[in-house]
Design a protein around this ligand. Sequence first.
Ligand SMILES: NC(=O)c1ccc[n+]([C@@H]2O[C@H](COP(=O)([O-])OP(=O)(O)OC[C@H]3O[C@@H](n4cnc5c(N)ncnc54)[C@H](OP(=O)(O)O)[C@@H]3O)[C@@H](O)[C@H]2O)c1
Length: 376
Amino acid sequence: MAATGAKSLGQLWCMGPRRLLQLQQCRMNASIRKQLGLSTLSNGFRLQSHRSYRAALCIELTKPLVIRNMLSSPLLPHEVRVGVHCCGVNFADILACQGLYQEKHSLPFTPGMEFSGIVLETGDNVSSVQEGNRVIGVTNSKALAEEYVSHHKMLWRIPEGVSYEEAAALPVSYGTAILALQQRARTQPGETVLVTAAAGATGLAAVDVAANVLQAKVIAAAGSDRKCNLALQKGATQSVNYSWTILKEEVKKLTVNRGVNVVIETIGGDIFKEALHSLTWEGRIVVVGFAGGTIPLIPANLLLLKNVSAMGVYWGRYWEQDFPIFAATISSALQYCQEGWIQPHVGELFKLEEVNEAFSYVTQRKSTGKVIITIQ
Ligand SMILES: NC(=O)c1ccc[n+]([C@@H]2O[C@H](COP(=O)([O-])OP(=O)(O)OC[C@H]3O[C@@H](n4cnc5c(N)ncnc54)[C@H](OP(=O)(O)O)[C@@H]3O)[C@@H](O)[C@H]2O)c1
């Protein structure tokens, strides 16, 4: 199957059934015309013929990804072709390639949910970006490739002074952190925020935003002293290494029995339970993920006793449910980065051919901050 055969959620956004049929017809026309050696289409769609690009493909779940040449797709009027420079590795990409993510892709598929790159070509109706602009974008798949075709509304300009690597590290992790801390937990200046897996991509972003944007006091909890130190450098004022201490007891000591106002929790299992116990009166715990693999149950009496709230955050879902909020998290992240309030930490760079090594590096808990695949 060509990578161009199925559109991503972002690209399908706003498209009615008639438009989708047109698109399918266009793809078929393109393939027929390519075989005939023709390069133009009569129905208004632009065709970039004989062009190919490399992409990482998941052909079989749980098996290593392979790098394949794919044919470029023609652009629809609202679409933008981006030459991808960097693609962020997300836990969700790895889960998707194992068939364990909540959103399932039909095989074969190219993972990759966030990218930075340069605009190569724009559709006829696009005015928000132009050839040569540096952009970041978000999708639910397909960004782990040299080229990505995006709906123009899913692209944001990279400000001056922000590198491709930094920019690619922003959307998912900082978007989620901003949403969790601001929109969901309503974190106030001076409140105490406990962040678990505090040196992970989401965790370190949460430390950065809570400490440096929201002026909260951050307790970073992580699985090694090296990771704790990184979170302290990022702005946390205290840390707990939960690989050899009991998180609940340590937080109790650090807060002199008071507890924390907000928890940003990405691990699940027993760490979630200890973090829930660490909340103070009217505290809020935000369920972000289950990196440890165990989805915890919440005893309702714990919520009642201290008037605490447990809430979820699913950043990607805002894209469909409330696009202005979704878009605002990305714009804010770019703005905070340009103004120097936050600084994404790129822990490691891998090449496209090293994508399987990059995935292992993350699952083996070796990574800190964002792991980036550099493509050009
Ligand atoms: N809800 C949302 O919208 C949203 C958005 C982004 C991410 N997420 C989720 O948040 C979680 C973290 O994502 P991320 O991108 O920040 O991942 P990451 O950078 O890989 O960080 C995950 C961290 O979790 C800790 N961890 C504990 N047990 C683990 C285990 N068994 N395997 C792997 N890691 C383990 C590790 O830190 P220590 O070694 O310090 O324990 C690891 O560094 C994932 O579940 C992801 O799906 C959710």
